[in-house]
Design a protein around this ligand. Structure first.
Ligand code: CP
Length: 320
């Protein structure tokens, strides 16, 4: 595997899941693979789970790890070509990327949507420059439009907890005070569309996700109706994706607390499990009662981030 940016990079999902469960049985089984190999993790944005789980995964495989927080201690980077660099940015990404590539064997990049320009975000301008200019295999640790390590961990979790061959999985928008990217819901939709699940997306009007991620999913604007009979509720906020009104891209169109996942919503499900990628704003996205219930999977879901990252890094090491 040379890149990991979406579900299709994994190929056969059943084979990827089998590998995940093999690694879960013995996470050090492939520790010889990474000897004298270095994984560089580059963060343009904050992280708790991705930062820790991906380092743990690399170490499971015997790799050395370097973590760079671009905004803390590195030179401020210019990302636009053609700019006269007479401002506060001392280094251009086009030099920085191959330099970073020269110190490692595999690169992970976290670079969120900037909400300045939809096209830049949706063409993954930053991530793709790493893929093009680093000379190394590159994996996304959440880029502008996708978070495939999270979605793979989510799928592993659904496989572990499902009680039906084909469960009903609902992705629901929920309110948040700030504008958040669409990376998590996009990748979750990407994976659910390839998985053996009955997949429904629910959100207020104006929050339509990009059709390349929605694909064949059922979109239901009535949240309660969407929840009926569900086996898994996956909550997430996202800002306006700008599909219907491009000028609204990145805006917060609603903070309707009627969309908070509470006990009344969960009561119409089939005793559904609750999922969220974390970090989560309690009593905005989900009530204390729902996230603390025995049916909440947020902790095992986060733990599975180590497993999804180990599978991805293992495959990248095997392809070096
Ligand atoms: N879910 C997730 O990616 O968490 P972090 O932002 O803390 O890495």
């Amino acid at each position: 595997m040379r890149t990991y940016t979406n579900v299709f990079d994994l190929g056969d999902l059943n084979a990827a899941l089998a590998e995940a469960f093999e690694i879960k049985q013995d996470r050090y089984k492939y520790e010889a693979l990474g000897k004298h190999k270095t994984c560089l993790l580059i963060f343009f944005n904050n992280s708790l789970r991705t930062r820790l789980s991906t380092q743990k995964a690399a170490r499971n495989l015997g790799m050395d790890v370097i973590v760079l927080d671009v905004n803390q201690g590195a030179w401020k980077l210019e990302t636009e070509r053609g700019v006269i660099m007479d401002g506060d940015k001392s280094e251009h990404l086009l030099e920085a990327i191959p330099v970073m590539g020269s110190y490692c064997d595999i690169i992970g990049v976290r670079s969120f949507a900037r909400f300045e320009n939809r096209e830049d975000d949706y063409t993954e301008k930053i991530l793709n420059q790493f893929i093009q200019y680093s000379g190394r295999p590159v994996f996304s640790m959440e880029a502008a439009t996708g978070h495939p390590l999270q979605a793979f961990a989510d799928l592993i979790t659904i496989e572990e907890y499902k009680k039906k061959e084909r469960p009903k999985v609902v992705l629901t928008w929920a309110p948040h005070p700030r504008a958040l990217p669409q990376a998590v819901p996009n990748s979750f939709a990407d994976f659910m569309n390839e998985a053996n699940v009955d997949f429904v997306i629910t959100h207020p009007e104006g929050y339509e996700l990009d059709p390349k991620f929605v694909r064949d999913a059922k979109v239901e604007y009535n949240q309660m109706k969407a929840f009926e009979g569900a086996d898994f509720i996956y909550a997430k906020n996202w800002a306006c994706p700008g599909v219907i009104c491009p000028e609204d891209y990145g805006k917060v169109l609603s903070k309707d607390m009627g969309w908070t996942v509470d006990e009344a919503h969960m009561a119409v499900t089939d005793n559904a499990f609750f999922m969220h990628c974390l970090p989560v704003r309690r009593n905005m996205i989900v009530t204390d009662g729902v996230i603390e219930a025995p049916t909440s999977l947020v902790i095992p879901e986060a733990a599975n981030r180590e497993i999804s990252a180990t599978v991805v890094l293992k495959r990248m090491l095997q392809a070096l």
